[in-house]
Design a protein around this ligand. Sequence first.
Ligand code: FES
Length: 347
Amino acid sequence: MFKELLKPFAAEQITDFWAKELGLTWTWHKPIARIVKRQIEAKDTVNLWLKPNRRFLGFNAGQHINLTVQVNGVYLTRSYSLSHAPQKNGLLRITIKQEAQGKVSQYLTQQAQVGDTFEISQAFGDFSLNTKNPNLLLAAGSGITPLMSLLHTATSQTTLLYWAKTRAELSFVAELKQLKKANPLITVHYFLTQEKELLSHEHHGRISEEILTKFVPDLANCHVLACGNSGFVEQVKTLTSQASSLQVEAFTPLIPQTTDSTETVQVYLSKSQKTLSLPQGQSLLNALEEQGVYPPSGCRMGICHSCSCQKQSGTTQDLQNGDINQEPNNAVRLCVSRAQSDLVLDI
Ligand code: FES
């Protein structure tokens, strides 16, 4: 009604703005979601249930969304995994751990209220279970979230090994118990690295060859999915090299393969007609932000492509796999690329 009344007189952006100000979730083009429920999930961890508007096109278990919030007058975007599989009521669940450095997560865990609305992206990511062969899911800390969503859809033997520092930091314990009861194909093992007294179903120890040999005797047949910090993910890559297939996602930035940090290159931003002197030893996204240039970004780990821009000339290196990109007019993801020569970027 409001939309129809305004349509002849106002630009879409203006009606979108006022719809958001009034807490309405319809817009002409943007996916928007409203918080409809908030639950404490574990120590410093909160579940937010979101109702998206009709611009959101749905998702598959294991995918993520970007969420944009306004904190102290600045719009900030961060990626969150959807921690439940698609449901008939269309609700989305994200599970957020309060982080000392993460302004968006701090805002969502401490200030966001039921009824608040946010801009979200369409879902992205390609984590998926094998539907016939065994799956091995390896989660460290917040890495449980996309794997939790996948567990709701398991149709073949699926084993979860889940690491946390303490019992209080484990999320979804009751939900995992229910899932195991409802689906005998699911097995769950918990590993606590800083808990002195263990319960009968818990284990000590960081991920290791011994643990994998003991709990996953058929590793060679498994499709492995791992999510955690970058150190955990790098260990998984080494320890599961004989598995049938592997998909990994790291929720902390990869450690840049640094060069001499005093070396700089000249980067020309063709849209804004600026030339900046940027260090070679860090991601282009970090280097640009340090100079006060803020390209769109989301996950900061190479998944969502929000930070992609056209490299018109010059050489970059992919920080995830070391690949060199010398091709002109080629897309680069700024969060996982660094400059190897002077560059021209379409920003
Ligand atoms: S911010 Fe998501 S790919 Fe760079």
